[in-house]
Design a protein around this ligand. Structure first.
Ligand SMILES: Cc1cc2nc3c(=O)[nH]c(=O)nc-3n(C[C@H](O)[C@H](O)[C@H](O)COP(=O)(O)OP(=O)(O)OC[C@H]3O[C@@H](n4cnc5c(N)ncnc54)[C@H](O)[C@@H]3O)c2cc1C
Length: 468
């Protein structure tokens, strides 16, 4: 502390206002704690500002554009369909992102959470220094929840500048590129590749592994690949990106496939090969907090680090980097600080890829179930057998239930198809509640709805299918 600098006292302090941090702050306040949240850049974090939400806005815009162009099957044709991308970006920023983030600011205020602008650094396990552009302040705290999130990984030869973009640059383009190269066909790359393809770009995805979307099963990914093949999306797997050369008005990407040197020239290259946790450069070692493999902070089942009054949640702790995981861990940590006997249980943690069609999974795959020694079977019901899917003109995909053989308990589920991101919630609830296929089959599902596919799959698992 600088001479003359008096430390201000805080009870619970949250660092980072993403879906981990702001949820932790609100829940801690609801539990009666006096809470402050420190944020250096934007309320809402990556997710609301440059992640989940703006990407879904661009994906939605791409769908509207494609529907305007290709609805002849429904007897609908439109002439002179145009895309005003400046308007799309304005709607994304002002119609969606700003509305949501100001909503979060309102909620923090309503819950009497003090918002402190600036970058936080640990001085020790009870003291933080918060630096602003032109000032600094020291705070002493009783408990801290670190929720500082992650940032895109830069790879050698692809320095983020000019025509070499990270996902944030990719979300904020001023025009739809004629040609776009994406390095990394994981969820973020595939989602944004699909969005720009729908908006009219010719997209090439260079992926190092043998398959894009490597966290999803082959039969699910195949449906997305088929959709990409219908659009102007080329997928090159087992491709090692070497370097990007900025030509001023274009960028050339050199890469290697099976020992052969290749190159492709495009308007932009976007690198989405993964994200690095923001755990460096914030004095964690001064607080005595252990940083583990890949910069992630090991925590116990309540989110507590090795330092008993400091918790960590979200992208900076092991597990999938997902917004809803961050928010879930946030509530557990905030309640644990308040003395509640809570702990995390990830068995019903869903994951979604907002591709065409959407892919979603929760719980175990059949392979994972067998690896764990569970006697399980997998049952698949197609979207093509569902009236609602047919009337939407979206019949690609399936719902798969993974159940125990003996008593049909749902241990996992995968959905590939329109609305998968919503359908998966019913299956997450089923797993969370220990339901079996009979519980789902006996639940009355509205007709006609995509939810009926889950009921049909459950009946199939019981050997009593009506629609198969
Ligand atoms: C393009 C894209 C699309 C995505 N889509 C989805 C999706 O559809 N669904 C999904 O579940 N997830 C999605 N994600 C992942 C999701 O955004 C993250 O998992 C989520 O934001 C993690 O939340 P968090 O609270 O841990 O961190 P963040 O959201 O990263 O928030 C951390 C905050 O901490 C602040 N901060 C960092 N260091 C300091 C410091 N020292 N002092 C003060 N403040 C600090 C940062 O400014 C930031 O605001 C997407 C990510 C990207 C990039």
């Amino acid at each position: 502390m600088v001479v003359g600098d008096f430390a201000l006292e805080l009870d619970t302090v949250v660092i980072g206002a993403g879906p981990g941090g702001y949820v932790a702050a609100i829940r801690a306040a609801q539990m009666g704690q006096k809470v402050a949240i420190i944020e250096r850049e934007y309320i809402g974090g990556v997710c609301l500002n440059v992640g989940c939400i703006p990407s879904k806005a661009l994906i939605a815009a791409g769908h509207h554009y494609q529907e305007a162009l290709h609805s002849q099957m429904f007897g609908v044709t439109a002439d002179n369909v145009t895309l005003d991308f400046a308007q799309t970006q304005d709607w994304k920023d002002n119609g969606v992102v700003n509305k949501l983030t100001s909503g979060i600011s309102f909620l923090l205020k309503k819950n009497k959470v003090e918002v402190i602008e600036g970058e936080a650094f640990f001085v020790d396990d009870r003291t933080l220094r918060v630096i602003k552009e032109d000032s600094a302040q020291t705070y002493e705290f009783n408990n801290a929840i670190i929720a500082t999130g992650s940032r895109p990984i830069e790879i050698p030869g692809f320095k983020f500048a000019g025509r070499v973009l990270d996902s944030t640059g990719g979300l904020n383009l001023k025009e739809v590129p004629k040609k776009l190269v994406i390095i990394g066909g994981g969820v973020i790359g595939a989602e944004l590749g699909g969005a720009y393809a729908n908006l009219g770009a010719e997209v090439t995805i260079l992926e190092g592994s043998p398959q894009i979307l490597p966290t999803y099963e082959k039969d699910m990914v195949k449906i997305v690949e088929e959709d990409f093949a219908k659009k102007a999306v080329t997928i090159v797997t087992k491709a090692m990106a070497k370097e990007a050369i900025d030509n001023g008005d274009s960028v050339t990407v050199n890469y290697e496939v099976d020992g052969k040197q290749e190159s492709i020239t495009a308007d932009y290259v976007m690198v989405t090969v993964g994200r690095r946790p923001n755990t460096d450069d914030m004095g964690l070692e001064q607080a005595g907090v252990t940083i583990g493999e890949r910069g992630l902070i090991p925590v116990d089942k309540q989110g507590r680090t090795n330092v008993s009054n400091i918790y960590a949640i979200g992208d900076i702790v092991p597990g999938a980097a997902l917004a809803h995981k961050a928010s879930y861990e946030a509530k557990v940590a905030a309640e644990a600080i308040s003395g509640k006997k809570v702990e995390v249980d990830y068995k019903a943690m869903p994951a979604v890829a907002f591709t065409d069609p959407e892919l979603a999974s929760v719980g175990l795959t059949i392979a994972e179930a067998k690896d764990q020694g569970i006697e399980a079977k997998a049952i698949k019901f197609p979207f093509a057998g569902n009236g609602r899917a047919l009337s939407l003109g979206k019949t690609e995909g399936f719902v798969r239930l993974v159940t125990t053989i003996e008593d049909h308990v749902i241990v996992g589920a995968q959905v590939a198809g329109v609305g998968a991101s919503d359908i998966i919630s019913e299956l997450a609830l089923a797993i969370e509640s220990g339901m079996n296929a009979e519980d789902i089959a006996l639940t009355i599902h509205p007709h006609p709805s995509l939810g009926e596919i889950v009921m049909d799959a459950a009946e199939l698992a019981l050997g009593l299918p009506i629609h198969a």
